[in-house]
Design a protein. Structure first.
Length: 335
């Protein structure tokens, strides 16, 4: 039998938000990469993720892992194939997202990307995954609008910060750099919601009875993500003739990749158990509170040092709106 912890509504909500905090931490590694290859770091993340997820899945599910995969394959192989493909797609979105964050900073890049991803992700979750009968879709839509307001205020805070500080070359963002980054950010918002599609279509949940159990689903998603990293970062390193140099980076660089991989897919596993209980249309907005943590890490790492008063006011409003949005999502579960 597949591992299936019995969750309460409150526990599932906390798990979804805990996962969001874990996703927010791995962007910290960008601050310590220095001039080392982003693609080499990215490969380390997804090698770590692949090993970690399969190890957890085998330890907790045992033979039930492969039994569930076989049964789903026999009944509907597209559940598995599209989950693998979604892993490939969303991973390439994350790779682009990291490049943008490295260019214009965490506090400016993340809000721009999230404002569109919220709408796309919730739409996919509602249409593909379905909405639980006892959940108010209008309240979810209101929560989404509040979260969009949160990321908009975060974006304004980042813009005000970039205009009022020149802390270092990394954060001295010109409008030309921002314009060049916007095209990449738009592409990120198209690619990353493939993760939501996988959750909505491939995962067995309260609104999707025909998908895979949590850990078989995660094993397929992590495998697809690893393949996506190899097809993008691996090929890029090989074509530039620096593949071996990237794999022989200092131990601390590899340690950053391992740290990020464990937190990335550790968060994914926690979030997926919450999604199986709540449905993707509930868990996805809660997961987007990860933007709040990214903003906080940008603050901790000095991106707002010397910023104007307007920047801090906008940041404060962004934090409040993130919390209100999460509270509204939770409220709809207790109606």
């Amino acid at each position: 039998m597949n591992f299936d912890p019995q969750l309460s509504i409150g526990t599932a909500v906390v798990m979804a938000m805990l996962a969001a905090s874990m996703w927010g931490t791995w962007a910290i590694s960008l601050k310590y990469l220095g001039d080392h290859s982003l693609d080499g770091y990215f490969l380390t993340i997804f090698v770590t993720s692949l090993v970690f997820v399969w190890l957890v899945a085998v330890l907790l599910d045992g033979s039930a892992l492969f039994t569930d995969l076989r049964n789903v394959w026999i009944s509907d192989p597209w559940r598995i194939l599209l989950t693998l493909l979604s892993g490939v797609i969303y991973t390439n979105g994350i790779r682009l997202q990291l490049r943008v964050q490295r260019t214009i900073g965490l506090s400016l890049a993340q809000p721009i990307q999230s404002s569109i991803s919220i709408l796309i992700g919730v739409a996919i979750a509602a249409v593909v995954g379905g909405v639980p009968n006892d959940v108010s879709l209008p309240v979810i839509i209101l929560a989404v609008l509040v979260l969009i307001a949160a990321v908009t205020m975060g974006m304004l805070a980042g813009i005000y910060r970039s205009r009022s500080t020149t802390i270092s070359d990394e954060l001295d963002v010109t409008m030309e750099t921002l314009r060049k980054s916007l095209g990449m950010i738009l592409l990120v918002t198209v690619l990353i919601p493939a993760y939501t599609f996988a959750l909505s279509y491939g995962l067995r949940s309260t609104t999707q009875p025909n998908g895979m159990a949590v850990l078989p689903f995660m094993a397929m998603l992590a495998t697809g993500a690893f393949l996506g990293a190899c097809m993008s970062s691996g090929v890029s390193l090989w074509r530039r003739g620096i593949f071996m140099a990237a794999t022989q980076a200092p131990a601390r660089i590899h340690a950053l990749g391992v740290f990020s991989g464990l937190f990335h897919y550790g968060g994914n596993i926690i979030h997926t158990f919450a999604t199986a209980f709540l449905s993707s249309v509930i868990a996805w907005p809660l997961g987007l509170t990860g933007g709040l943590w990214t903003q906080m890490w940008g603050l901790v790492y000095g991106e707002f040092r010397g910023a104007s008063r307007r920047a801090y006011v906008a940041l404060g409003l962004s934090v409040i709106l993130y919390l209100v949005g999460a509270a509204l999502v939770g409220f709809t579960l207790y109606q």
